[in-house]
Write a protein that binds this ligand. Structure first.
Ligand SMILES: [Zn+2]
Length: 643
């Protein structure tokens, strides 16, 4: 099937809503005194937990989580004393809600014209994937309503919440998942827009605008993973699909575009199935043991499954022939979606389907025998899976379920964003109302006085800030704009206060150069504020040259525990001091004394060239010129006096 080259978003009824989660840069976590930073290095200990939600909780849990729980999901928590305490492992009750975090979210709320609540109540949201040791995430509404202006449109805001971040997933082996507790409890502010965004580029602009406002508060963390976007995307004839965890703002329009194409392709597949005369009753959960057909197969996957006493099960998907290979978004076909489901519900490695066979070591003869054994007609497809019997059954059940959904159109589901802007199946969309009150934590009153206090600290909005930066630092609009959008405005201001460097030089490094380094694969997010500030201070003090900054930053990104002084020493980028330059310049003059005396004051230019040729990048040219002039005056002066 052909992909539409240009989609009319209004015609297809596109609606997008955003949920932006941003980590706050508070001193302590939301419910304890642990610092809000991630651990480097190996964990000091690991504990194993089996999830045991209570009966009343299970009633509200989404079917996918329940299924995982019943399968015996095991969770390993990696603990460091430096970044977690007994609260994170749920062995001590949570402390009072962190007021610094509430204040930061009030700042955000007031900037987007949202109305703060009178009392902040902590609620529990059930999450049993193990990412919270308690089995729920704590969240509270801080403000409701509000709006932001983006490009002549006014986008309404639904609410502002304060939430605790979940533990950080570090691995998965079979039924065991690994989480690091350092991230658990870091406060997040969540901004939710109404679903009134009508194009991929508008979605990105709104996200950028919210991101800029969040940064304008200067109370948020920076770097990859500190801001995460969830998108709700729906089409008129499609479904509401939730996409989780887009980490880069620049990817949002791509994600929306891909999801539109995916839904449109699924709608076309539905129409095709209907026109082929398929009805839901034709799709039966009938599974055939076809192990015998593949006894001699050269397929590696099948051979391995049979070696472990596994089986090969097959199911017929009537009238699906040719549709499983339909591409929905780059690299993702309807067959991939079925495979994702089979993996999720059956724990198998994947599936084979006849649209892609013969291949993967499965021969044409095997395919023919398979089709004839299942009494296939011309336009039927067959899906096979090789694993333990029970896993095969679960996997094929999920495949038939997905094929029924294909006949209905686009399934409601939660998908996860991949790094390239495509998405993958995560779980069915959980129902609403999965919250209930947290009884361990008293509510916090938001008095009018407190709001007035926060109002007095309100930072300027991004456009005002840009004008202020242009005026105060004499930089152009483009640079000021980039600074406000970047993660480094705060760092820029600290550098400007503590050095005598030109603002445009500092701003260019912090925006354009850092972006370029990131594009080249340098881990710029591991650079700390302190490393950045110290690097510029050393340039300002003449310890290293301006030209060395990028090299120093690259080295520091690979050595996050080191300081810029060490980087400069390690890279040999130290500038020569006056004390080191003086004897060197003295020697140069003495070596060339004859022509210097001939040329008199005109000798300065040529000498400067000679000296700089030797010390370029290692000495400040102003300092060299200064010393040179002094020494030359001495020599020429003495010449004059002897005449
Ligand atoms: Zn703690």
């Amino acid at each position: 099937m052909r992909r539409l080259s240009k989609v009319n978003y209004e015609e297809v009824g596109l609606k997008v809503g955003l949920e932006i989660h941003q980590q706050l840069d508070t001193k302590a976590k939301m419910f304890c005194n642990c610092p809000t930073k991630l651990s480097l290095g190996e964990p000091s200990k690991t504990v194993i937990r089996r999830l045991r939600p209570t009966q009343s909780e299970l009633g509200q849990v989404d079917p996918a989580a329940l299924f995982e729980f019943q399968r015996g999901r095991m969770v390993l928590y990696e603990i460091d004393n430096e970044t977690s305490c007994l609260v994170e492992i749920d062995e001590e009750p949570p402390h009072e809600l962190n007021r610094e975090a509430i204040e930061a979210s009030l700042l955000v709320s007031l900037l987007i014209r949202s109305t703060p609540v009178d009392e902040v109540h902590v609620m529990r949201k059930i999450v049993i994937d193990g990412s919270n040791t308690t089995g729920f995430q704590r969240t509270c509404i801080v403000a409701q309503g509000g709006s932001i202006d983006v490009d002549r449109a006014t986008i309404p805001i639904n609410q502002i919440c304060l939430e605790e971040d979940a533990a950080r997933k570090t691995g998965e082996e079979g039924l065991a998942v690994r989480y690091r507790l350092d991230r658990l409890g870091i406060p997040l502010v969540e901004v939710t827009t109404a679903p009134v965004i009508f194009s991929p580029s508008q979605a990105q602009e709104v996200a950028l605008a919210i991101g800029r406002i969040l940064r304008a508060t200067r109370r948020v963390k920076r770097g990859l993973g500190t801001i995460r976007q969830d998108l709700n995307i729906s089409l008129k004839e499609g479904a509401l699909v939730e996409i989780k965890g887009v980490q880069k703002l620049e990817l949002i329009s791509v994600v929306v575009e891909n999801e539109i194409n995916r839904q449109l392709s699924l709608i076309r597949i539905r129409k095709e199935l209907v026109s082929r005369g398929l009805v839901e009753d034709d799709l039966k959960k009938e599974f055939h043991d076809v192990t015998d057909l593949f006894k001699e197969s050269s397929s590696r996957v099948i051979k391995e499954a049979l070696k472990k006493n596994g089986v090969v099960l097959a199911t017929r998907l009537p009238r699906f022939s040719g549709l499983l290979k339909t591409e929905l978004e780059p690299g993702l076909r309807l067959g991939t979606e079925m495979s994702d489901r089979a993996r999720f519900w059956g724990g198998v490695g994947g599936i084979f389907h006849t649209d892609e066979l013969p291949a993967y070591g499965i021969s044409e003869r095997e395919v023919e025998e398979l089709r004839s054994k299942l009494a296939c007609r011309e336009n039927d497809a067959v899906v096979i899976v090789a694993d333990e019997h029970r896993n095969c059954r679960d996997a094929l059940e999920a495949v038939v379920e997905r094929s029924k959904e294909a006949l209905r159109g686009v399934p409601d589901e939660t998908r996860a964003a991949n790094d390239d802007g495509t998405t993958r199946y995560m779980r069915p969309r959980p129902g609403a109302a999965r919250m209930y009150p947290e009884t361990d934590i008293p509510p916090i009153r938001v008095s009018q006085n407190w709001i007035e206090e926060v109002k007095a600290k309100l930072p300027p909005m991004p456009d005002v800030l840009i004008r202020q930066l242009m005026e105060e630092y004499k930089i152009n609009k483009k640079l000021a704009d980039q600074l406000v959008t970047s993660d480094y405005l705060e760092v820029f201001m600290v550098i400007m206060k503590s050095t005598s460097l030109a603002a445009s030089f500092v701003a260019t490094i912090l925006t354009e150069s850092i972006k370029n380094l990131e594009r080249e694969g340098v881990q710029v997010e591991s650079l700390s504020d302190r490393q950045l500030v110290e690097t510029f201070q050393l340039v300002s003090q003449g310890v290293t040259a301006k030209e060395s900054v990028q090299e120093v930053l690259i080295w520091l990104s690979k050595n996050p525990q080191s300081n810029p002084g060490e980087a400069i020493a390690e890279l040999g980028l130290k500038m020569l001091s006056r004390k080191e330059l003086e004897p060197m310049i003295q020697r140069k003059i003495e070596d060339n004394l004859s022509w210097i005396k001939e040329q008199g004051e005109r000798a300065e230019g040529r000498l400067m060239g000679l000296v700089m040729g030797e010390v370029r990048g290692k000495a400040d040219s102003k300092l060299v010129a200064e010393i040179l002039r002094e020494k030359l005056a001495g020599v020429l002066g003495s010449t004059k006096s002897t005449v």
